[in-house]
Design a protein around this ligand. Sequence first.
Ligand SMILES: [Zn+2]
Length: 300
Amino acid sequence: KPACGSSPPVPTVTASQVPSLFREPYILSGCRPVQQDWRCYLLSLFQKHNESLNVWTHLLAGPVLLLRWWANVDTLGCTLDDVTSLPLLLFLVSSLTYLYLSAAAHLLQSHSERAHYFFFLDYVGVPAWRERVGVIFLPGAAFFGWLSCTGCCYAKFRYRRPYPPQRKVCQLIPTGLAYVLDISPVAHRLLTVSWSQEPSLPFHALQIACFLLSALFFSCSIPEPFFPGNCDFVGQGHQIFHVLLSLCTFSVPKQIHKDSVLISPLDGSLCLFTFPVHSKHAPHDKLHTASFKSATGQVL
Ligand SMILES: [Zn+2]
Protein backbone atom coordinates (compact mmCIF):
# COMPACT_ATOMS: atom_id res chain seq x y z
CA LYS A 1 0.00 0.00 0.00
CA PRO A 2 1.26 3.53 -0.72
CA ALA A 3 2.51 5.35 2.35
CA CYS A 4 0.87 8.42 3.80
CA GLY A 5 0.55 10.17 7.13
CA SER A 6 3.92 11.62 8.06
CA SER A 7 5.07 11.46 4.43
CA PRO A 8 3.65 13.82 1.78
CA PRO A 9 0.20 12.86 0.50
CA VAL A 10 0.07 10.26 -2.23
CA PRO A 11 -0.20 12.19 -5.52
CA THR A 12 -3.51 12.05 -7.33
CA VAL A 13 -3.72 10.00 -10.51
CA THR A 14 -5.52 10.21 -13.81
CA ALA A 15 -9.03 8.83 -14.26
CA SER A 16 -7.73 5.94 -16.34
CA GLN A 17 -5.77 4.68 -13.31
CA VAL A 18 -8.80 4.15 -11.06
CA PRO A 19 -11.69 1.65 -11.43
CA SER A 20 -14.54 2.83 -13.62
CA LEU A 21 -16.80 3.27 -10.57
CA PHE A 22 -14.68 6.24 -9.49
CA ARG A 23 -14.52 7.92 -12.88
CA GLU A 24 -16.79 10.85 -13.60
CA PRO A 25 -17.46 11.82 -17.23
CA TYR A 26 -15.16 14.59 -18.49
CA ILE A 27 -13.13 14.59 -15.25
CA LEU A 28 -9.74 13.42 -16.39
CA SER A 29 -7.41 13.80 -13.41
CA GLY A 30 -7.23 14.55 -9.68
CA CYS A 31 -8.39 11.07 -8.61
CA ARG A 32 -7.15 9.52 -5.39
CA PRO A 33 -5.73 5.99 -5.80
CA VAL A 34 -7.90 3.24 -4.32
CA GLN A 35 -6.93 0.75 -1.59
CA GLN A 36 -4.84 3.15 0.48
CA ASP A 37 -4.92 3.19 4.25
CA TRP A 38 -8.08 4.79 5.67
CA ARG A 39 -5.90 7.46 7.26
CA CYS A 40 -4.83 8.59 3.79
CA TYR A 41 -8.41 9.38 2.88
CA LEU A 42 -8.94 11.25 6.15
CA LEU A 43 -5.78 13.28 5.53
CA SER A 44 -6.85 13.91 1.94
CA LEU A 45 -9.16 16.49 3.49
CA PHE A 46 -6.16 18.83 3.19
CA GLN A 47 -5.12 17.66 -0.25
CA LYS A 48 -6.23 19.00 -3.62
CA HIS A 49 -8.22 16.33 -5.45
CA ASN A 50 -11.42 16.12 -7.44
CA GLU A 51 -13.59 15.51 -4.36
CA SER A 52 -12.07 18.30 -2.22
CA LEU A 53 -14.73 20.89 -2.95
CA ASN A 54 -17.54 18.37 -2.57
CA VAL A 55 -16.28 17.62 0.95
CA TRP A 56 -15.58 21.19 2.03
CA THR A 57 -18.81 22.72 0.72
CA HIS A 58 -20.87 20.49 3.01
CA LEU A 59 -18.33 20.49 5.84
CA LEU A 60 -18.43 24.29 6.10
CA ALA A 61 -22.18 24.52 5.56
CA GLY A 62 -22.79 22.96 9.00
CA PRO A 63 -21.05 25.69 11.07
CA VAL A 64 -22.55 28.41 8.87
CA LEU A 65 -26.02 26.97 9.48
CA LEU A 66 -25.44 26.82 13.23
CA LEU A 67 -24.03 30.37 13.28
CA ARG A 68 -27.07 31.64 11.43
CA TRP A 69 -29.34 29.93 13.91
CA TRP A 70 -27.27 31.20 16.86
CA ALA A 71 -27.38 34.77 15.55
CA ASN A 72 -31.17 34.59 15.44
CA VAL A 73 -31.80 32.37 18.45
CA ASP A 74 -33.73 35.08 20.29
CA THR A 75 -36.23 35.46 17.48
CA LEU A 76 -36.19 31.89 16.15
CA GLY A 77 -36.47 30.30 19.57
CA CYS A 78 -35.55 26.71 20.25
CA THR A 79 -37.05 25.23 23.37
CA LEU A 80 -38.05 21.61 23.74
CA ASP A 81 -41.30 22.40 25.54
CA ASP A 82 -42.60 24.56 22.71
CA VAL A 83 -44.19 22.58 19.90
CA THR A 84 -43.62 25.41 17.43
CA SER A 85 -39.87 24.97 17.88
CA LEU A 86 -40.02 21.33 16.85
CA PRO A 87 -39.83 21.93 13.07
CA LEU A 88 -36.74 24.07 13.53
CA LEU A 89 -35.07 21.43 15.71
CA LEU A 90 -35.94 18.68 13.23
CA PHE A 91 -34.66 20.79 10.40
CA LEU A 92 -31.34 21.54 12.16
CA VAL A 93 -30.71 17.91 13.10
CA SER A 94 -31.68 16.47 9.70
CA SER A 95 -29.66 19.12 7.85
CA LEU A 96 -26.51 18.52 9.91
CA THR A 97 -26.99 14.76 9.47
CA TYR A 98 -27.18 14.91 5.71
CA LEU A 99 -24.39 17.49 5.41
CA TYR A 100 -21.89 15.43 7.40
CA LEU A 101 -22.88 12.06 5.94
CA SER A 102 -22.41 13.59 2.51
CA ALA A 103 -19.00 15.04 3.46
CA ALA A 104 -17.92 11.65 4.89
CA ALA A 105 -19.14 9.83 1.77
CA HIS A 106 -17.22 12.11 -0.59
CA LEU A 107 -14.09 11.96 1.59
CA LEU A 108 -13.92 8.21 2.20
CA GLN A 109 -15.67 6.52 -0.72
CA SER A 110 -12.51 6.34 -2.86
CA HIS A 111 -11.07 3.63 -0.58
CA SER A 112 -12.78 0.78 -2.44
CA GLU A 113 -15.96 -0.22 -4.21
CA ARG A 114 -17.32 -1.61 -0.95
CA ALA A 115 -16.62 1.69 0.82
CA HIS A 116 -18.25 3.60 -2.03
CA TYR A 117 -21.51 1.69 -1.64
CA PHE A 118 -21.36 1.64 2.17
CA PHE A 119 -20.96 5.39 2.55
CA PHE A 120 -23.43 6.42 -0.08
CA LEU A 121 -26.05 4.14 1.42
CA ASP A 122 -25.66 5.80 4.79
CA TYR A 123 -28.28 8.13 3.46
CA VAL A 124 -30.84 5.49 4.30
CA GLY A 125 -30.56 6.84 7.82
CA VAL A 126 -31.82 10.26 6.88
CA PRO A 127 -35.26 9.27 5.54
CA ALA A 128 -35.52 6.62 8.26
CA TRP A 129 -35.20 9.36 10.80
CA ARG A 130 -37.61 11.59 8.90
CA GLU A 131 -40.09 8.73 8.72
CA ARG A 132 -40.35 8.61 12.50
CA VAL A 133 -41.26 12.26 12.49
CA GLY A 134 -43.39 11.95 9.41
CA VAL A 135 -45.79 9.38 10.81
CA ILE A 136 -46.71 11.96 13.43
CA PHE A 137 -47.07 15.01 11.21
CA LEU A 138 -46.59 14.31 7.53
CA PRO A 139 -47.13 10.68 6.55
CA GLY A 140 -47.16 11.62 2.85
CA ALA A 141 -43.79 13.31 3.15
CA ALA A 142 -42.43 10.29 5.03
CA PHE A 143 -43.70 7.93 2.31
CA PHE A 144 -42.05 9.92 -0.46
CA GLY A 145 -38.92 10.24 1.66
CA TRP A 146 -38.67 6.44 1.72
CA LEU A 147 -39.57 6.24 -1.96
CA SER A 148 -36.82 8.63 -3.00
CA CYS A 149 -34.33 6.78 -0.83
CA THR A 150 -35.40 3.47 -2.38
CA GLY A 151 -35.08 4.99 -5.86
CA CYS A 152 -31.56 6.27 -5.12
CA CYS A 153 -30.46 2.91 -3.66
CA TYR A 154 -31.96 0.98 -6.60
CA ALA A 155 -30.21 3.28 -9.09
CA LYS A 156 -26.94 2.83 -7.22
CA PHE A 157 -27.05 -0.96 -7.38
CA ARG A 158 -28.83 -1.48 -10.69
CA TYR A 159 -26.74 0.60 -13.05
CA ARG A 160 -23.04 0.50 -13.88
CA ARG A 161 -20.96 2.98 -15.84
CA PRO A 162 -21.55 4.35 -18.37
CA TYR A 163 -24.82 5.20 -16.66
CA PRO A 164 -28.00 5.22 -18.77
CA PRO A 165 -30.52 8.07 -18.42
CA GLN A 166 -32.83 5.71 -16.47
CA ARG A 167 -30.50 6.08 -13.50
CA LYS A 168 -31.28 9.78 -13.14
CA VAL A 169 -34.98 9.02 -13.58
CA CYS A 170 -34.87 6.61 -10.61
CA GLN A 171 -33.14 9.27 -8.52
CA LEU A 172 -35.05 12.35 -9.57
CA ILE A 173 -38.69 11.25 -10.03
CA PRO A 174 -39.34 10.08 -6.42
CA THR A 175 -37.36 13.00 -5.03
CA GLY A 176 -39.28 15.36 -7.30
CA LEU A 177 -42.59 13.92 -6.08
CA ALA A 178 -41.46 14.37 -2.45
CA TYR A 179 -40.51 17.93 -3.25
CA VAL A 180 -43.83 18.73 -4.97
CA LEU A 181 -45.75 17.39 -1.98
CA ASP A 182 -43.62 19.21 0.56
CA ILE A 183 -43.67 22.49 -1.34
CA SER A 184 -47.40 22.42 -2.20
CA PRO A 185 -48.62 24.64 0.69
CA VAL A 186 -45.81 27.11 0.09
CA ALA A 187 -46.44 27.14 -3.68
CA HIS A 188 -50.13 27.78 -2.99
CA ARG A 189 -49.25 30.76 -0.84
CA LEU A 190 -46.78 32.07 -3.40
CA LEU A 191 -49.51 32.05 -6.03
CA THR A 192 -52.45 33.30 -3.98
CA VAL A 193 -51.09 35.66 -1.33
CA SER A 194 -49.60 39.09 -1.90
CA TRP A 195 -45.86 38.91 -1.30
CA SER A 196 -45.98 42.16 0.63
CA GLN A 197 -48.35 40.59 3.17
CA GLU A 198 -46.04 37.70 4.06
CA PRO A 199 -42.39 38.51 4.60
CA SER A 200 -41.37 34.86 4.17
CA LEU A 201 -42.57 34.54 0.56
CA PRO A 202 -39.54 36.11 -1.18
CA PHE A 203 -37.33 33.70 0.81
CA HIS A 204 -39.50 30.77 -0.25
CA ALA A 205 -39.28 31.87 -3.88
CA LEU A 206 -35.50 32.20 -3.62
CA GLN A 207 -35.24 28.76 -2.12
CA ILE A 208 -37.38 27.19 -4.83
CA ALA A 209 -35.20 28.84 -7.47
CA CYS A 210 -32.06 27.49 -5.73
CA PHE A 211 -33.57 24.02 -5.52
CA LEU A 212 -34.59 23.93 -9.19
CA LEU A 213 -31.16 25.15 -10.24
CA SER A 214 -29.47 22.57 -8.02
CA ALA A 215 -31.64 19.85 -9.62
CA LEU A 216 -30.50 21.08 -13.04
CA PHE A 217 -26.81 20.87 -12.13
CA PHE A 218 -27.29 17.50 -10.43
CA SER A 219 -29.14 15.92 -13.33
CA CYS A 220 -27.18 17.40 -16.23
CA SER A 221 -23.68 17.46 -14.68
CA ILE A 222 -22.83 20.69 -16.45
CA PRO A 223 -20.54 22.49 -17.32
CA GLU A 224 -17.83 19.80 -17.47
CA PRO A 225 -18.97 18.33 -20.85
CA PHE A 226 -18.11 21.70 -22.41
CA PHE A 227 -14.68 21.89 -20.77
CA PRO A 228 -13.32 18.33 -20.57
CA GLY A 229 -10.39 18.17 -18.18
CA ASN A 230 -10.77 21.79 -17.06
CA CYS A 231 -13.23 21.13 -14.22
CA ASP A 232 -11.20 18.38 -12.56
CA PHE A 233 -10.80 20.36 -9.34
CA VAL A 234 -13.13 23.36 -9.54
CA GLY A 235 -16.32 23.95 -11.49
CA GLN A 236 -17.96 20.50 -11.62
CA GLY A 237 -21.74 20.44 -11.77
CA HIS A 238 -21.86 18.38 -8.58
CA GLN A 239 -19.91 21.08 -6.73
CA ILE A 240 -22.36 23.74 -7.93
CA PHE A 241 -25.19 21.43 -6.83
CA HIS A 242 -23.63 21.25 -3.32
CA VAL A 243 -23.34 25.04 -3.08
CA LEU A 244 -26.93 25.63 -4.21
CA LEU A 245 -28.21 22.98 -1.82
CA SER A 246 -26.33 24.67 1.02
CA LEU A 247 -27.85 28.03 0.07
CA CYS A 248 -31.29 26.39 0.23
CA THR A 249 -30.45 25.12 3.70
CA PHE A 250 -29.29 28.51 4.97
CA SER A 251 -32.52 30.22 3.97
CA VAL A 252 -34.82 27.82 5.80
CA PRO A 253 -34.43 29.01 9.45
CA LYS A 254 -35.30 32.54 8.36
CA GLN A 255 -38.37 31.27 6.53
CA ILE A 256 -39.47 29.22 9.51
CA HIS A 257 -39.16 32.29 11.69
CA LYS A 258 -41.04 34.52 9.30
CA ASP A 259 -43.73 31.87 8.88
CA SER A 260 -44.24 31.84 12.63
CA VAL A 261 -44.85 35.59 12.56
CA LEU A 262 -47.59 35.47 9.97
CA ILE A 263 -49.19 32.26 8.81
CA SER A 264 -52.08 32.07 6.40
CA PRO A 265 -54.55 29.20 6.83
CA LEU A 266 -53.58 26.18 4.81
CA ASP A 267 -55.74 24.93 2.03
CA GLY A 268 -56.59 21.38 3.07
CA SER A 269 -56.96 20.25 -0.52
CA LEU A 270 -53.27 20.88 -1.03
CA CYS A 271 -52.32 18.74 1.94
CA LEU A 272 -54.11 15.53 1.07
CA PHE A 273 -51.29 13.44 2.38
CA THR A 274 -50.95 15.20 5.69
CA PHE A 275 -52.74 14.95 8.99
CA PRO A 276 -54.71 18.11 9.70
CA VAL A 277 -53.44 20.08 12.66
CA HIS A 278 -56.61 21.72 13.88
CA SER A 279 -55.27 23.57 16.85
CA LYS A 280 -52.68 25.65 15.12
CA HIS A 281 -51.47 25.96 11.53
CA ALA A 282 -48.05 27.29 12.31
CA PRO A 283 -46.25 24.08 13.39
CA HIS A 284 -47.71 22.19 10.46
CA ASP A 285 -46.65 24.77 7.95
CA LYS A 286 -43.24 25.21 9.47
CA LEU A 287 -42.71 21.48 9.33
CA HIS A 288 -43.50 21.57 5.63
CA THR A 289 -40.85 24.21 5.13
CA ALA A 290 -38.29 22.14 7.02
CA SER A 291 -39.40 18.90 5.44
CA PHE A 292 -39.09 19.92 1.83
CA LYS A 293 -35.53 20.95 2.49
CA SER A 294 -34.54 17.66 4.06
CA ALA A 295 -36.09 15.80 1.13
CA THR A 296 -33.50 17.36 -1.11
CA GLY A 297 -30.62 15.99 0.88
CA GLN A 298 -31.15 12.45 -0.27
CA VAL A 299 -29.87 12.78 -3.79
CA LEU A 300 -26.27 13.48 -2.75
ZN1 LIG B 1 -22.50 15.16 -3.21
